[in-house]
Write a protein that binds this ligand. Structure first.
Ligand code: CUA
Length: 305
C-alpha cells in the first residue's frame, strides 16, 4: 500500500478547510485571469489612442481599487480558519507529542496512561479529535500531513499545536516542510488512520515491553553499542533517547524515517552504511562488523513486533 500525500483529496477536518479554501482561490484566480484576458483582447482591438479619462479610470480602478478589495477579502478568508487549526484540542482530544530532529520524528502518545514513545510512525483513531503538540530538538522543522492538515513549524524552545479530526481510514505520508539540513527531503513519517478498536489494540501493544524470550535471543545489538543511542524497553541498560526508540521497531512500516521499506535486506543495508542512504545522518556506519553479525542484528530487529 502506498502513502497518500494529497492536499486536494482531504481525509481530515483541517485539510478539508484548506482544500475548500484552495478551490475558492483557484476559482477566483481563474475568473480574474479570464477578465484580464478579455481586457487584453479588448484593448488590442480598440483603435489608438484611448481616451485619457477612460485610461486613468481603468488604471486606478483595475490597478489599485480592485486588487486592494480582492486581496483584503482573500486575507480575511485565508486567516479566518487559522486560529482553529493551531488551537489546543478539547479535553477528550488524543494528545500526541511530535518532536522534529535531524532527520527523524520522535512520537510520544501522552493520553491514556503512561506516555509511550515510538518513532517515525503515527496511528490515529478515525473520528477522534487529535491534538499534536509540536516541538523541535535542534533546528526549525515543519510538521505536515498533506491529507490531514496544514503545515505547522516546529521551533526550538517553543511548543506549537495542530488540532484535527482524521475522517477516512488509510495510510498517509507526512514530510518535513521546512529546510532543516542535508537530509531534509529524507524526513518522512507514516500516518495510519484506523478504526478505534484497532487503534486501541495497537496502542496497548506499543505500551508493552519486548518479551524476555525475544530479549534473550539478542547477542550483537548490545555488544556493539547500539544501546548508546537506542532504547528497547524490556532490555536492561537501554535508556538512551539520542536515537529513535526501537521497542516495537519490527512492526513499523518503514525505516530510516520513511526512506526504506522495513524488511531484513533494507535493515542490513541501513546498519552497514546509513550515511549512504541518508547524508549527514548522526548514526555511524558499521562497515567494520562482519556480515553474520549485521545479519543477526537485522533479523532480531525484525522480531521486535
Ligand atoms: Cu526537518 Cu526539514
Amino acid at each position: 500500500m502506498d502513502h497518500t500525500y494529497s492536499t486536494l483529496i482531504p481525509a481530515g477536518s483541517a485539510s478539508e478547510i484548506i482544500a475548500e479554501l484552495s478551490w475558492w482561490l483557484f476559482g477566483g484566480a481563474a475568473l480574474i485571469w479570464l477578465i484580464m484576458a478579455f481586457l487584453f483582447i479588448y484593448a488590442y482591438h480598440k483603435p489608438w489612442p484611448h481616451p485619457r479619462k477612460k485610461v486613468a479610470l481603468l488604471v486606478i480602478g483595475g490597478g489599485v481599487v480592485f486588487p486592494v478589495v480582492v486581496i483584503t477579502i482573500l486575507i480575511y478568508f485565508s486567516l479566518r480558519p487559522l486560529p482553529k487549526l493551531v488551537a489546543r484540542g478539547g479535553p477528550d482530544a488524543l494528545k500526541i507529542e511530535v518532536t522534529g530532529l535531524q532527520w527523524w520524528w520522535r512520537v510520544r502518545y501522552l493520553s491514556e496512561g503512561e506516555p509511550v514513545e515510538l518513532a517515525n510512525e503515527i496511528h490515529l483513531p478515525r473520528g477522534r479529535e487529535v491534538e499534536f503538540i509540536l516541538k523541535s530538538g535542534d533546528v526549525i522543522h515543519s510538521f505536515w500531513i498533506p491529507s490531514l492538515g496544514g503545515k505547522v513549524d516546529m521551533i526550538p524552545g517553543r511548543e506549537t499545536h495542530l488540532t484535527l479530526v482524521p475522517k477516512k481510514n488509510g495510510l498517509y505520508g507526512s514530510l518535513c516542510a521546512e529546510y532543516c539540513g542535508a537530509s531534509h527531503a529524507l524526513m518522512r513519517l507514516s500516518v495510519i488512520v484506523e478504526e478505534k478498536s484497532k487503534f486501541d489494540e495497537w496502542l496497548a501493544d506499543q505500551r508493552k515491553d519486548v518479551k524476555p524470550a525475544v530479549i534473550a535471543r539478542e547477542n550483537s545489538f548490545k555488544k556493539n553499542g547500539c544501546i548508546a543511542c537506542h532504547s528497547v524497553r524490556g532490555m536492561t541498560g537501554t535508556l538512551s533517547s539520542l536515537g529513535p526508540d526501537l521497542t516495537h521497531f519490527g512492526s513499523r512500516l518503514r525505516i530510516g524515517a520513511g526512506i526504506l521499506e522495513n524488511n531484513e535486506e533494507n535493515r542490513i543495508r541501513w546498519i552497514k552504511n546509513s550515511p549512504k542512504h541518508k547524508p549527514g545522518v548522526h548514526m555511524p556506519s558499521f562497515t567494520h562488523l562482519d556480515d553474520n553479525e549485521i545479519h543477526g542484528i537485522a533479523e532480531w530487529l525484525g522480531e521486535l513486533q
